[in-house]
Structure formats: structure tokens, C-alpha cells
Design a protein around this ligand. Structure first.
Ligand code: GSH
Length: 223
């Protein structure tokens, strides 16, 4: 049985964004069963967990002894087994993989940069000075992505693992109004997230958080 590591609980700002969501979603699209390996901070530094994920992060993936980390690599591995995620013809496969890398290396770093400023450094002077430039870079990339998408439903016309990764990257912007400045991309994200496999994946990520919320988190709801 495939096991996917996931956090037992994360603060509200991260709920629904933890990157094992991508792996859950891919497995749901492919119709492959899996189980959770729920971890907490006490597991992240253990040698056992570091053997699965060298940086102590989530997700790690164990498929009957085949251990993988990096959400993009894991999604690609799953996509190899499912035409829902990746066409079987060489051109379709290459195009899918191109968009997967684009999501993770051309778009995500800029969105993640802005997210780090907003979540962890919001009141620091350097962050206030840096933020407009970080926003401008995200807007530039989104404009370019919107041009590529055009009036198509998905980046290659049909849904692929490229859309799966791209929409989870765009999702990181949920605490800003930046995506809404690009209506076709906002609609694209909504279209991707309307897929039943995404809904099942999201519900599976969120379920342990409700059960494992620390008392302090219950006492102080997010502002
Ligand atoms: N490039 C990695 C990033 C993984 C990552 O950033 N995981 C976060 C959760 S979304 C994490 O485990 N953070 C806790 C930590 O870094 O200690 C991937 O895509 O799998």
C-alpha cells in the first residue's frame, strides 16, 4: 500500500496548502489507493523520517519500499501510470512535463517568495520595501501564464499533471487578491479545483487538522 506523509496539524494559514495535497490529488485522479503517514514536528528530525525525506519536509512517499520525496517528482511518477494525468504519446508526455516544470520552477518561486514575506515577515521594514517588487514579479509571471492559457480550459487543452501542479501553485495566492486581477487564471484555478479528485484530496488533508488541533489553536481563531 502506498503511504504519503502529511502533517497531523498545521496552523490555519497553511491548511489546504501543504504540498502533499498534490500527491493526494494525483493519486485520486489515477484511482490509486493510499494511506496517510501522519507526522508532527517530533518526527521531522528523526533519522527514520530523514531517510524518507532528507529535509524533514512533507510530502514523503513510500510505494512498497520505493521511497520518493519532492511533490513534483512524485506527481510525475504517478502520472506515468495514469492517462488522466499524462497522455501516452511522446509529444503529449513532453508537453505535460514541460508545464510541470514551469509550475515548479518558473511560477512557484515567485509566489512562494511573496508568501514568505506576507506570512513570516509582514511587519519587518525590509519586507515592506521589498513587497511591491515581489508582487510585480508575480503579476508579470501571471500575465505571461494568462497569455499562454488564452481561452483554453487547461494549459494543453485537456487536463494534465501540469494543470494539477500549476493550480496548486496558484492556490498559494489565496490570501491575496492578485489572482483575481487575472480573471481567466482565477477561473482556471476554480475549474481545476472543481474536479472531484481535488475535492477528495483536500478533504483528506483537512480531516486530521480538525481532529488534532492544539487547545491554543482552538482558543484563538485566526484574525
Ligand atoms: N520542494 C518540496 C517542498 C516541500 C515543502 O516545502 N514542504 C513543506 C510543507 S508544504 C514543509 O514540510 N514544511 C516544513 C518544514 O520545512 O520544516 C516539495 O515540493 O515537496
Amino acid at each position: 500500500m502506498i503511504r504519503v506523509s502529511a502533517f497531523r496539524w498545521v496552523p490555519p494559514f497553511a491548511q489546504g496548502l501543504v504540498r502533499e495535497l498534490r500527491v493526494r490529488w494525483a493519486l485520486e485522479e489515477a484511482g490509486i489507493p493510499y494511506e496517510d503517514l501522519l507526522i508532527g514536528p517530533e518526527h521531522q528530525r528523526t533519522p527514520e523520517y530523514r531517510e524518507m525525506q532528507p529535509f524533514g519536509q512533507v510530502p514523503a512517499y513510500d510505494e512498497d519500499g520505493l521511497v520518493m520525496f519532492e511533490s513534483g517528482a512524485i506527481v510525475l511518477h504517478i502520472a506515468e501510470r495514469s492517462e488522466v494525468l499524462m497522455p501516452t504519446d511522446p509529444v503529449g508526455r513532453a508537453r505535460t512535463q514541460t508545464w510541470m516544470f514551469a509550475a515548479l520552477s518558473s511560477i512557484e518561486p515567485h509566489i512562494q517568495n511573496l508568501s514568505m514575506i506576507d506570512i513570516f515577515h509582514t511587519n519587518e521594514e525590509w519586507a515592506k520595501l521589498r513587497r511591491p517588487g515581489a508582487v510585480a514579479m508575480v503579476q508579470q509571471r501571471l500575465q505571461e501564464l494568462a497569455t499562454c492559457l488564452g481561452d483554453r480550459e487547461y494549459l494543453e487543452g485537456r487536463f494534465t499533471a501540469g494543470d494539477l501542479l500549476m493550480s496548486t501553485v496558484l492556490r498559494i495566492l489565496r490570501s491575496t487578491d492578485i489572482l483575481e486581477q487575472f480573471p481567466t487564471l482565477a477561473a482556471y484555478r476554480t475549474r481545476c479545483e472543481a474536479r472531484p479528485a481535488f475535492e477528495r484530496a483536500l478533504a483528506a488533508q483537512l480531516a486530521p487538522f480538525a481532529a488534532n488541533a492544539p487547545p491554543a489553536a482552538n482558543a484563538a481563531p485566526p484574525a
